[in-house]
Write a protein that binds this ligand. Structure first.
Ligand code: PMP
Ligand code: GLN
Length: 386
């Protein structure tokens, strides 16, 4: 129809995200889905019971625009305990329907036409479209090959008078790398005499392995003043489908964020907020990093039986990278499709995380799965014969 031809093109990224493409392909071919990042194991029954309890107790109407006070207070207490930082739950924490929404809203609060945002690639796929949807321009800068550490010289070179923000992500999707302490200081040095904002995507903060600890931007007194830090309950509590998250920002930035949020979603699922507030306050949850590290180790061990070459073990996140460069010349999108259709295992091709579709013949495997799922997938991968 003619009227559909002149819809504005709000972003130049994929019409259908790679996660939808690969999950649909997986179900079409009855493949084991190690593509989209979501756990296939149950949540703590206690958390489920709290959600039920919330609906029975009548927590079924709109929550306050900023989020239920008891949830914001529980988050502040959690950050005090885990990061030794003081957060004001009224002026610095906003509850959001997931981290993706928080990232969009934070961009929306600060960006206008002509602004530029530096994006470190490979990057989570919503960043660039979100920047473009707000009329601004993404300036991609590649992470250092192999280590996926930030390339500080390249980042410095990409800064211009138009640079409004830099978006960072640690632990990192899709590579599983984490920032070193020195990276935070490099970032602080770089932006010190500028008015550049930082969006810090820390959704995997609780999934960090090998006795390493996450350093949050909210712990950095200087960077904290200019940053929006976004978090997702989905990753910490294995309930990605609840789509619950939060944004921590200094009071002035929180005000700007809420000015938009009140007219975007206004408020967030009340019973889920009640359940999460109670659950956080109990503080007897199992450490998610221990569980996910054992899954990573199980996956790494079994993958040795396959022809893939593993990249460095994931230091955090849900994801492990592996190369098939020595096995096939196919582009990674075609190889991922072949793996799904012929061998019954769905993965994510890493070129989907680069705006120039850079292809090193690397796939992302999600190991946030039951051991039996990982075992069954690897039995299939071990049979690959090209
Ligand atoms: N950032 C990164 C790096 C992610 O991997 C994800 C995936 N869920 C998100 C943000 C979005 O989180 P949510 O599901 O809470 O929107
Ligand atoms: N964060 C998840 C991933 O990287 C899924 C996100 C999504 O489905 N949009 O796989």
């Amino acid at each position: 129809m003619k009227m559909f031809q002149n819809l504005p093109q709000k972003h130049r990224s994929a019409d259908i995200s790679i996660f939808s493409v690969m999950s649909a392909l997986a179900s079409q071919h009855d493949a084991i889905n190690l593509s989209q990042g979501f756990p296939d194991f149950p949540i703590d029954p206690e958390l489920g019971a709290l959600l039920h309890e919330a609906t029975v107790k009548g927590w079924n109407q709109y929550a306050p625009m900023t989020g239920l006070p008891q949830l914001r207070e529980a988050i502040a207490a959690d950050f005090k305990r885990r990061y030794a930082v003081n957060l004001n739950p009224d002026t610095e924490i906003s509850i959001t329907p997931g981290a993706t929404y928080a990232i969009y809203s934070a961009f929306s609060a600060i960006l206008g036409p002509g602004d530029e945002v530096i994006v470190l690639e490979p990057a989570y796929d919503s960043y660039i479209p979100n920047i473009e949807m707000n009329g601004a321009k993404a300036v991609p800068v590649k992470l250092v090959p192999h280590t996926f550490a930030p390339d500080w010289q390249a980042i410095k070179d990409a800064i211009s008078t138009k640079t409004k923000a830099i978006i960072i992500n640690t632990p990192h999707n899709p590579t599983g790398s984490i920032w070193a302490h020195k990276d935070w200081n490099q970032l602080a040095d770089l932006v010190r005499d500028t008015s550049i904002f930082i969006l810090s995507d820390e959704v995997y903060e609780q999934l960090i392995f090998d006795e390493q600890s996450h350093y949050s931007i909210v712990q950095h007194p200087e960077l904290r003043e200019r940053s929006f830090a976004v978090f997702s309950f989905g990753k910490a509590f294995h309930n990605t489908g609840w789509k619950m998250g939060y944004c921590i920002a200094a009071p002035m930035l929180t005000q700007a964020f809420r000015r938009l949020h009140q007219f975007l979603g206004f408020s967030v699922n009340t019973p889920a907020q009640f359940a999460l507030a109670q659950y956080l306050s109990l503080d007897k949850r199992e450490a998610p990093n221990t569980l996910l590290q054992s899954k990573r180790d199980y996956f790494l061990e079994l993958m040795k039986e396959t022809p893939f070459t593993l990249l460095a073990p994931a230091a955090g996140s849900y994801f492990q990278l592996a190369s098939y460069a020595h096995m096939s010349d196919l582009p990674d999108t075609a190889f991922a499709r072949l793996l799904t259709e012929k061998y019954g295992v769905a993965t994510i091709p890493i070129s989907a995380f680069y705006s120039d579709k850079h292809d090193d013949k690397i796939l992302r495997f999600c190991f946030a799965k039951k051991e039996e799922t990982l075992k069954a997938a690897i039995e299939r991968l071990a049979k690959i014969d090209l």
